[in-house]
Design a protein around this ligand. Structure first.
Ligand code: RB5
Length: 144
């Protein structure tokens, strides 16, 4: 499975560890930046990762900023993207099961690395349930 990852200067606190975590688990990770603590604009990285996922360059995207909020707002502007800002592991499966989320946005300032790793594990392990959720997701997709 191929995962595109991106962050801003707030997310750089956790991105290297998350890249290592995913690589050690055998995922192919495409790191689209940023690569230093120099201030950058999170929408630039949200778009890079989202376009990679939307074009089929990756199966899922992970975006990390201070809260995960700005990344989710920006990512959801890209056609084909359903981004979920998840801050606790027990919500992560639902983002896949009910919403068919294809981008996960994380907070580096409010959520510890270990919890974010648990969120990622739960998100990637879950599958879209379809059924009654199919039509709802189709209505989201129709908004693109
Ligand atoms: C950067 O200071 C911060 O605004 C950004 O990382 C993010 O939290 C935005 O939603």
């Amino acid at each position: 499975m191929r995962i595109a990852i991106g962050c801003d200067h707030a997310g750089i606190e956790q991105k290297p560890a998350i890249v290592e975590y995913l690589s050690a688990k055998g995922y192919e990770v495409v790191d689209l930046g940023c690569y230093s603590a120099e201030r950058v604009d999170y929408p630039d990285y949200a778009v890079k990762v989202s376009e990679c996922v939307a074009s089929g360059g990756a199966d899922f995207g992970i975006l990390i900023c201070g809260t995960g909020i700005g990344m989710s707002i920006a990512a959801n502007k890209v056609a084909g993207i359903r981004a979920a800002n998840v801050t606790r592991a027990d919500m992560a499966p639902l983002a896949r099961q009910h919403n068919d989320a294809n981008v996960l946005t994380l907070s580096a300032r409010f959520v510890a690395l270990e919890e974010n790793e648990a969120i990622i594990d739960a998100f990637l392990a879950a599958e879209f349930e379809g059924g009654r959720h199919e039509g709802r997701v189709a209505k989201i997709n129709a908004l693109d």
